[in-house]
Write a protein that binds this ligand. Sequence first.
Ligand code: ADP
Length: 475
Amino acid sequence: MNILFVSSEIFPYAKTGGLADVSYALPEALRQEGEKVYTIMPLYNDVDRDEHKIIYSGLTFEYWLAGVRHQFDVFYKENNKNELFVFNPILCNRWGLYHDQFGDYGDNALRFGLFCYSALEVMIRMKLKIDVVHVNDWQTSLIPLLMKTRYSLPQKTVLTIHNLAFQGIFPKKVMNELELDWEKCFKFNGLEYFDNVNFLKAGIFFSDHVTTVSKTYAQEIQTTKFGERLDDTLQINSYKLKGIVNGISTEIFDPKKDKYIEKNFSLETYKKKNENKSLLCKELNFKEEGRPLFIFIGRFTPQKGVDILLEAIDLFKTYEANFVILGSGEDLYNHAFGTLIGAYENIHIKIGYDEAFSRRLYASADFLLMPSIFEPCGLNQMISMKYGVLPIVSKTGGLKDTVIDFTDIDKIEECSLGLGITFDEYNVFWFNHALAKAFALYSNKSKFEKISKHNMGVDNSWKNSAKEYLNLYKS
Ligand code: ADP
């Protein structure tokens, strides 16, 4: 198969979350299956062209929309010309992918609309032979609409919804600057959404197939509780909706060769995991002796359960345990966590995005805290398992599909999924109850170690899921 994979962020060039990880790892896994996969993303200012050896392809073109001339320059990786990048000043000439410190950029509809047009223009102008165009989230959701309306292209389309909470909702006037044909776009209600336009909704209507990133989330988003006001749309389109669980890159997330961690380790050299923990505890001035280390890594947004964390900090400070919280996000939470920095000797808080520190945390931790309200798939729980960590998760979406509560299992060795602690109800009482289970388990050193080692061996790679995508493309 020849696939064009379009994404607004791809690791390691630009990343704000799991979308970038997936956009790196899935195309890689498909290539390993022998398929030809082109990727295309915007060449934002944030992308380091020299470090990643991204060079000009020689192709520059212009495209007129609503009487305005837009210019695009196409780049590729020096050593892999299937990795494409497109530069346009409106789309790329600023810092931050989607927002600055004041909020979302006001022209995001135009920016990502331009990206959608340019991805198709690149495909056509470079004469790429493509069977399936795979688009991701709202930023690329106009592509199926454009292909079926303005361009009348024959290739099939797959849309993957990585997080239904982000839909790309804009006032109707953006239709004009993007020259979107009212009649055609509103056929079947495709783009209209409570008198606004909704890019993701258009993607759902106009794609041949829609996937989301776990089986449970595919069910959840068809309900009013999780449907983010698109549950009706998803129910109507459920005949083409499928859940395929994400994997993680075993190249990137491998404690044996992870360059960010001090002491590389594997199942054979498991004891070195503790050396990482000791080094980290020393650096953060934690009392280490006999204490479990809990970590949280993620965006500070209600979805990730940060309200529970903030509420639980009053308990954390009283525990014989250490906690590290790494993240950033909404101002309210940056501020709330910010005021707690340095307040307690057993709680370390770092506000910001720090790939290197996150790896050292995975390598050192005993438990990962992930009390999400909803979680399409979640990568942290799978990454942490590779580093021998036990995730403590709420039973929702992909967390439900990838983490089994260790008390529900009789024979650990017979379980193919990762083990951790799960809780049903999103509130501090049950979260704290899960922590109590963690303490009890941690006091049984040999059992804890057995589970930790089990998790390191669990296969959360892309191999199986990439095959599922391939079957979908072939269908
Ligand atoms: P999201 O909903 O944010 O996409 P995922 O669990 O799917 O959540 O993916 C999160 C990814 O981003 C993981 O690779 C995680 O380690 C990383 N990450 C999140 N926040 C931070 C941070 N502050 N510093 C470093 N890495 C982070």
